[in-house]
Structures are given as structure tokens and as C-alpha cells.
Ligand binder design. Structure first.
Ligand code: HEM
Ligand code: HEM
Ligand code: FE2
Length: 433
């Protein structure tokens, strides 16, 4: 159920992505119904909600299994899921009628924020109760829970009201940056460790030692790394040097995850037959290093960011990072868990393989198109000094490439969802139980 919601939102996100892709090509026919800013807010918010519902689904699966305890209340879990979906739908509809706050990623209006808070408290309550009443508290389960707990906590600074734009931005980054470059990495690390334990057959002790290293690297670099968003928003100058140094260390955490996954894969002797899940698991570790680590590094130094800040170079990095780190880990977990839950073997089908390769090749192509558009934009706008609108016209051609690659990507996702539905329906035995 949770995963089905997540897949549905992903499809919608892609629809809005296409609307913007075409708008960028000059075909903004829907403008009077869905202006660009609305499409953008819907696209990014849907992204966050499908990832969060994926994480919640992950926790509902992993925590009971690791703690050796049944989920304390399935009924409340359903209530939590349905209410989350309702708040999400309200917010998305609201955006179309200008009921929103113009703060990128945190567009949800404050009153709805309180509903989100209530919902997440319910979710955390269920997870914590299951974990602490359980027989075991494994490192993997603790890291995952810690990630979820701090993610919830860090939502709050974004809800404080400031009249001052700089203050508002300053705390907005506590949510946006400290999520994706901090606590979500713990969630990713936890899920990754769980999958590697199951899929490679390597001993838990070995895998969990790596997890400590990843958590350590994340905290050392990620917290002060927030400084890379404080260069030009009116915060004090010392952030230039702090942000530059610490954010440059952030790729290490992603590198560690990539090396970790590959090393465990090579070490493992008792491989699980679920090859699709293994593809996605190794894929997420490697693509996140490329998208978050390398493409993040590409614009994290103040001297570079001075030129690239807020351009399509940012969109280039944002797509591959979000996809590699958080999109793919959710798809990896779904590939692993669905066959276990329904008893249908989703192990190694041609469709599943096409889904993996088409979506990844498509996303890499999209990233390249954004990169070409971004570099051209930076050059014309910030070096030659051309006007914003003029530059947007010049770079329209790159969006043709973007839309073509996005079509490959969307085909891959369609195949994934096709498999998801085909193998995800419960078998008769599962229904009887
Ligand atoms: C059919 C597929 C997609 C298309 C055509 C598409 C297109 C776009 C476009 C045109 C923008 C706006 C760029 C601008 O500000 O001018 C955007 C923003 C964004 N998209 Fe997508 N997208 C797609 C799929 C995805 C996926 C799968 C993800 C995540 C895994 C994603 C994450 C984002 C993010 C995070 C932003 C905001 C970027 C920023 O903050 O600069 N998109 N997308
Ligand atoms: C999975 C991890 C990551 C994700 C999902 C991610 C995603 C994003 C997104 C969505 C933005 C645009 C935010 C906004 O303008 O509101 C952004 C900006 C940025 N990211 Fe990341 N990122 C990740 C990791 C990293 C890492 C490791 C680095 C550095 C090494 C980095 C460097 C940057 C920089 C410098 C910006 C600011 C761009 C600008 O000035 O416009 N990111 N990232
Ligand atoms: Fe950041």
C-alpha cells in the first residue's frame, strides 16, 4: 500500500516534469492553468512525498524484521498512511490555487505543516514502540530510526516564522540541506546495510562496521557543509571558508557507500537470487556518488558557486543526486521486499532489466542535457551579461534533448511499475494469511 502510493506520486511527478520540459522549449501551452512556478512546486513536493512514503514503507518492513517483533498496530499504520496521502493531496491541489508559500521545497503552508507534524509523530510512535518492545536492537535498525527521528526534528526549524528573508533562508537550509546531506544519508545507509545483509550473505558485523564509518563521515562533513548555501544570502563571510572546506568533504560519505556496496558484493558468497534488487542496490550506491558526490563537488566551492548559483547547473546536480541516492534506494527496497511479501518471484525478468537500464540511461542523459544548458546559461548570463529571458531562448534546444532523454527515463519507470503491479498483487496464500 505505502509503496503503491509512492509509485503513484512518482508518476505524477514525471508528468509535471514533462510540463516544465516543454515549457522550457517554448511550448508553455498550459500556462494559464499550470504556470511554471506551480508545476515546479508540484514536481519537487511530489518528489519529497514519494521518497518519504518510500522511507516509511521501508521502516514498516525493516524495523519489525530487525527487532523481531510485529508492528505494534497495523490499523494505526493504515490511518497514518491515508492521512499522509490526504494532506499531500490537499497541498498539491492548493498549489494550483496559489495556496502556498514561495519557499522552494517548503511550499506547504504553515497550517498544513501542523498536520504533517501530527502524522509524522504517529509514524515515529509506531516505529519506536515496535523497536523498543522488540527482542533486538541492531545497529542497522538504530541508524535507520535515528535518521527518521532527526529528519522529523529538523522539519521544525523550517516552520519558524521570520520576516527577515536572510533568517528565513538560513533556517530553510536546516531542513533542505541537513535532510539530503545529513539525516537522509543515515536513512539511506540503514536501508543499504539491510539490503546488503540480505542480498550478499556477508556477516552483519562486517556490514555494520562500515555503517559506523558512513555515519561518522556524514556528520563530520554534512553539518558544517550547510555553509555552502550561506555564501550569497546575506550570512556572515566566514561561511565562505567553512562551507567550502566542509562541503568539499561530503563526497567522502557517498564514496564510502559506493566502495562499501561493491566490496560487500564481491565478498559475498551466498548471493540471494533476487538479481533485480541487487542491481538497484549497487546502482544506488554508485549513482549517488556520481550525482551527489561528484556533481555536488563540481559547484560547491565559492569561486565556482558565484557563477553557477541558482542556474540549471543546480538542476543538473539535483536530478542525479536525488535519483541516485534516494529514488534508487526506494526502488531497490521495493524490488527486494515485494516478492517476499507476495510470494511472487520478481527475480530476474527482461522487463525488470529494461526498467533498470532505461531509467538510468535516461536519467544520465537528462543530467547531461541540464549540464549543457546550465553551462551555456552561466556563460551567456553571468559572463557575457545577457538578459535572463534572452538566454532562456538561446538554450531551448537543450530541452529537446532533455525531453527525449526523459522519455527513455519515463519508459523505464513505466516498466518498473508494470512489474510492480504484476508481481505486487498478493497471491492467494498471502491473502488467506
Ligand atoms: C520525466 C522526467 C523529468 C523531467 C522532464 C524533469 C524536468 C524538470 C525541470 C524542467 C525542472 C525545472 C528546472 C528549472 O528550474 O528550470 C525540474 C526540477 C527538479 N526536478 Fe525534475 N524532471 C524529471 C524527473 C525528475 C526526477 C525523477 C527527479 C528526482 C529523482 C527530479 C527532481 C527534480 C528536482 C529536485 C528539481 C528542482 C531542481 C532545483 O532545485 O534546481 N525530477 N525537473
Ligand atoms: C543525495 C544528496 C544530495 C541531494 C539530494 C542534493 C540535492 C540538491 C538540491 C535539490 C539542491 C537545490 C536546492 C535549492 O536550491 O533549494 C542542491 C544544491 C546544492 N548542492 Fe546538493 N544535493 C546532495 C548532495 C550534495 C553534496 C554532497 C554536495 C557537495 C559536495 C552538494 C552541493 C550542492 C551545492 C553547492 C548546492 C547549491 C547550488 C546553488 O548555489 O544553486 N550537494 N542540492
Ligand atoms: Fe547542501
Amino acid at each position: 500500500m505505502v509503496f503503491a502510493l509512492s509509485m503513484l506520486l512518482l508518476s505524477l511527478q514525471i508528468v509535471y516534469g514533462f510540463i516544465m520540459g516543454f515549457a522550457h522549449m517554448g511550448y508553455d501551452n498550459l500556462h494559464s492553468f499550470i504556470p511554471f512556478n506551480t508545476a515546479r512546486a508540484v514536481h519537487t513536493n511530489l518528489l519529497v512525498v514519494w521518497l518519504l512514503s518510500g522511507f516509511m514503507g521501508a521502516a514498516y518492513y525493516i524495523i519489525p524484521e530487525e527487532a523481531e517483533n510485529e508492528l505494534v498496530s497495523v490499523k494505526w499504520a493504515y490511518i497514518q498512511l491515508i492521512s499522509l496521502a490526504l494532506v499531500g493531496i490537499t497541498a498539491i491541489i492548493g498549489y494550483h490555487f496559489n495556496y502556498w508559500e514561495g519557499r522552494k521545497f517548503l511550499e506547504i503552508p504553515r497550517p498544513l505543516d501542523w498536520l504533517v507534524v501530527a502524522n509524522v509523530l504517529l509514524f515515529l510512535g509506531l516505529i519506536l514502540a515496535t523497536l523498543f518492545k522488540g527482542k533486538k536492537r541492531t545497529t542497522t535498525a538504530l541508524v535507520l530510526t535515528m535518521g527518521l527521528f532527526f529528519a522529523a526534528l529538523l522539519y521544525l526549524p523550517g516552520m519558524i516564522w521570520f520576516d527577515n528573508q536572510t533568517m528565513d533562508s538560513f533556517f530553510r537550509w536546516w531542513v533542505v540541506h541537513l535532510w539530503v546531506e545529513g539525516v537522509w544519508e543515515l536513512i539511506m545507509g540503514g536501508i543499504l546495510a539491510f539490503l546488503l545483509i540480505k542480498l550478499t550473505g556477508v556477516d552483519r558485523e562486517v556490514i555494520e562496521k562500515w555503517l559506523y564509518v558512513i555515519v561518522g563521515l556524514t556528520f563530520i562533513s554534512g553539518i558544517l557543509g550547510t555553509g555552502h548555501h550561506y555564501y550569497f544570502i546575506g550570512a556572515p563571510k566566514y561561511w565562505l571558508i567553512i562551507g567550502g572546506i566542509f562541503s568539499a568533504m561530503e563526497p567522502l560519505a557517498f564514496l564510502a557507500m559506493a566502495l562499501f556496496a561493491v566490496a560487500m558484493y564481491r565478498k559475498g558468497e551466498k548471493r540471494h537470487p533476487n538479481k533485480m534488487a541487487l542491481n538497484w542496490t549497487l546502482g544506488t550506491a554508485i549513482v549517488s556518488f556520481a550525482g551527489a558526490g561528484l556533481l555536488g563537488l563540481a559547484h560547491t566551492f565559492p569561486a565556482v558557486n558565484l557563477y553557477t548559483h541558482g542556474t540549471l547547473v543546480t538542476a543538473m546536480h539535483a536530478h542525479l543526486a536525488f535519483w541516485g541516492a534516494y529514488g534508487m534506494i526506494v526502488l531497490a527496497l521495493i524490488s527486494y521486499t515485494m516478492p517476499n511479501m507476495t510470494g511472487r518471484k520478481f527475480y530476474d525478468s527482461a522487463t525488470g532489466n529494461y526498467a533498470f537500464w532505461l531509467s538510468n540511461i535516461g536519467m544520465i542523459g537528462m543530467t547531461t542535457a541540464f549540464a549543457a544548458a546550465g553551462v551555456a546559461q552561466v556563460y551567456m548570463e553571468r559572463i557575457m551579461g545577457l538578459e535572463f529571458g534572452e538566454v532562456q531562448k538561446e538554450i531551448q534546444i537543450h530541452f529537446l534533448v532533455l525531453v527525449l532523454c526523459a522519455t527513455l527515463f519515463a519508459t523505464g519507470i513505466t516498466l518498473y511499475i508494470y512489474e510492480f503491479v504484476r508481481y505486487g498483487r498478493p497471491t492467494d496464500e498471502a491473502l488467506i494469511k
